[in-house]
Design a protein. Structure first.
Length: 121
């Protein structure tokens, strides 16, 4: 009676090991996505601060670039809210980078120094 229990115990152990490996792999992927989202969210918050504090002072070129930066900010917010993978967070980071480029162009048109990006700090 003891002999049939050994293969069953080994089978249960192998199944548990396989499930544990899959769980750890999913945990690793989730952690990487969370780290990418956190980095993108830091850049997003900095872009939001720049969009909210820089005024165009009746300069049409600066106003256009600030409007484009605001649009990038809104798009990035939606992308970050639904991002579940590293690729989605990196894509949102690309939109944020585009927003910063518009901020730099607006600052150039206004003759002021642009804010540092999150990655430069």
């Amino acid at each position: 009676m003891v002999l049939p229990l050994i293969p069953i115990a080994v089978g249960v152990g192998v199944a548990a090991f396989g499930a544990g490996r899959k769980f750890l792999k999913n945990l690793e992927v989730t952690r990487a996505a969370d780290e990418a989202k956190a980095q993108a969210r830091g850049s997003y918050l900095q872009l939001a601060f720049a969009v909210d504090t820089i005024r165009h002072d009746n300069d049409e070129v600066a106003a256009e670039h600030l409007a484009s930066a605001k649009e990038c900010l809104d798009n990035a917010r939606v992308m970050l809210n639904v991002a579940t993978t590293v690729e989605a967070a990196v894509s949102a980071q690309g939109v944020i980078t585009e927003g910063f480029e518009h901020i730099e162009l607006a600052c150039s048109a206004l003759g002021i120094e642009p804010p540092q990006r999150f990655t430069e700090i």
